[in-house]
Design a protein around this ligand. Structure first.
Ligand SMILES: Cc1cc2nc3c(=O)[nH]c(=O)nc-3n(C[C@H](O)[C@H](O)[C@H](O)COP(=O)(O)OP(=O)(O)OC[C@H]3O[C@@H](n4cnc5c(N)ncnc54)[C@H](O)[C@@H]3O)c2cc1C
Length: 462
């Protein structure tokens, strides 16, 4: 009998397995496809490899504004994808190495009872477990009128397994994934149409933040349609004909590929959850407590299946919590505030409450902003983001940080200073004591903290 059997080898599952092992437990992990899950194989890693290529081209082109003319002579659309698949293979091998002392079983796992997992793989078998961690992640969802055919109408998994980048693409859904891929492809000279049903891109962030990203995406050539819906019309030769209906009327466009990036469904059906008494909500999200324990005491759940935000680092943390709880660790890591980054140009980083959420829940708050134009570091960069800013949302009465958002270069890293401050519940006056190196993007942190305390250093006078 194993101490722990983990179902799913993505970020939540493999960190649960590693942590359980570190705590001296005997562990098996069941994975139906590739170790690393969505993140390693078709998500975080390939998308960031693509973005890296796109931004390198962006920098090369921007140099001409500074007197250095580099000509991007050609973009080999299949070779670029080789860079991506190399990054994926390397990351997947890394996960395999980390799990070398875990019994990895290939196949589809299903709960037979609260202590038994049935695995259907090249052969069928059953494994017994004192504890089970479910970490089965999500599947891409389509939108009305479109059905995935894997060739022309595709989701992220098809996209990152293409032989060659298309000449033109319609991306349906302008959330983080849709915006990241749009910007990268536009830099690589792909014709991109980005279609969003809501009235703005990046529905999860405040409008002042998403407006900055929309401006830069449009500048890089992405055609953005907000308050618009796309309908499949027909296959037309090598292309797909789609209709876009929005406030301004309807338009028909012809593209090589349609990428649907409009949400995910939870992999919590068909794995025996309800049969053994593990409860889910109406969306299929598994109900867990702070220790990731489900409604059945020896069964835990972690990662995307416990609900939004659907992020790898949330999954990492939840995998660790589940394993530590199983191992009986005294002070299990807390869940803490989960930062989120959108890897567009400019980047977006945010943590805690947004301004609109704070307004919606009715907490009295004050907002402090600091602009990138006042930041020395940004003016030294080739692709500066002068429209960017950082903003802090502070609870009016206590002065505590409720949330922070950054849009601009460096946001992906600097947001962690705010996350640290929030997770340690630090006071603004303590935060002001830390000296930040000049010139760096980290100065965004010291500048806005000083501004919030009424002692701005480089902030323009309001
Ligand atoms: C295009 C894209 C880009 C992304 N970029 C980022 C990013 O930059 N940063 C970030 O934080 N997040 C990103 N994400 C989200 C991130 O990929 C997920 O949050 C993360 O992978 C969730 O981890 P998980 O372990 O919960 O699930 P998954 O990664 O989905 O892993 C679940 C695993 O379980 C396996 N499985 C499912 N059912 C069974 C079964 N019954 N038996 C056996 N195995 C099973 C699956 O094959 C899979 O390997 C991105 C996602 C996408 C789609």
């Amino acid at each position: 009998m194993y101490d722990v059997v983990v179902i799913g080898g993505g970020p939540a599952g493999y960190t649960a397995a590693i942590t359980a092992l570190q705590n001296g437990l005997r562990v098996a992990l069941v994975e139906q496809k590739y170790l690393g899950g969505e993140c390693t194989n078709w998500g975080c890693i390939p998308s960031k490899a693509l973005i890296e290529l796109g931004s390198a081209v962006g920098v090369a082109r921007a140099l001409s504004r500074h007197g250095i003319t580099l000509k991007v002579e050609s973009i080999d659309r299949s070779k670029t994808l080789r860079h991506i698949s190399r990054a994926v293979t390397k990351a997947r091998e890394g996960v395999k190495y980390l799990l070398s002392e875990v019994d990895v079983i290939q196949g589809f796992g299903r709960l037979k009872n609260t202590h038994l997992v049935k695995i259907n793989g090249s052969e069928s078998k059953e494994v017994e477990a004192r504890n089970i961690v479910i970490a089965t992640g999500t599947e891409p969802k389509t939108v009305p009128t479109f059905s995935f055919d894997g060739v022309k109408i595709i989701h992220n998994r098809h996209f990152f397994e293409l032989e060659s980048l298309p000449n033109s693409i319609a991306i349906i859904g302008a959330g983080a994934i849709g915006c990241e891929i749009s910007g990268a492809l536009a830099n690589l000279d792909v014709e991109v149409h980005l279609i969003e049903i809501m009235d703005k891109i990046l529905p999860e962030v405040d409008k002042d933040v998403s407006d900055v990203v929309a401006k830069y995406l449009a500048r890089s050539g992405v055609k953005i349609y907000t308050s618009s819906s796309a309908q499949f019309k027909e296959y037309s030769g090598d292309d797909v004909l789609i209709r876009i209906s929005g406030k301004g009327g309807t338009a028909e466009i012809r593209v090589e590929k349609v990428l649907i990036a409009a949400g995910r469904s939870y992999n919590t059906k068909d794995i025996g959850l309800s049969e053994v008494g593990v409860e889910t909500d109406e969306r299929g999200v598994v109900i867990v407590n702070d220790l990731m324990r489900t409604t059945i005491p020896n069964i835990y759940a972690a990662g995307d299946i416990t609900g939004p935000p659907l992020l790898a680092h949330k999954a990492f943390r939840e995998g660790v919590i589940a394993a530590e709880a199983i191992a009986g660790v005294k002070e299990v890591l807390p869940r803490g505030p989960v930062p989120m980054v959108i890897y567009t140009h400019p980047e977006v980083g945010f943590v805690g409450f947004s301004e609109s959420q704070a307004t919606r829940i009715g907490v009295k708050h004050r907002v402090v902003k600091f602009p990138y134009v006042a930041l020395g570091k940004d003016s030294t960069t080739i692709r500066s983001t002068p429209d960017g800013f950082v903003k802090l949302i502070l609870e009016e009465e206590s002065g505590k940080i409720m949330g922070a958002a950054i849009v601009g270069n460096g946001a992906a890293d600097v947001i962690h200073l705010f996350t640290l401050a929030m997770s340690q519940r630090m006071e603004l006056r303590d935060l002001r004591k830390a000296i930040m190196t000049h010139p760096t993007y980290s100065e965004l942190f010291s500048e806005i903290v000083s501004s919030a305390l009424g002692r701005p250093l480089h902030a323009p006078k309001s």
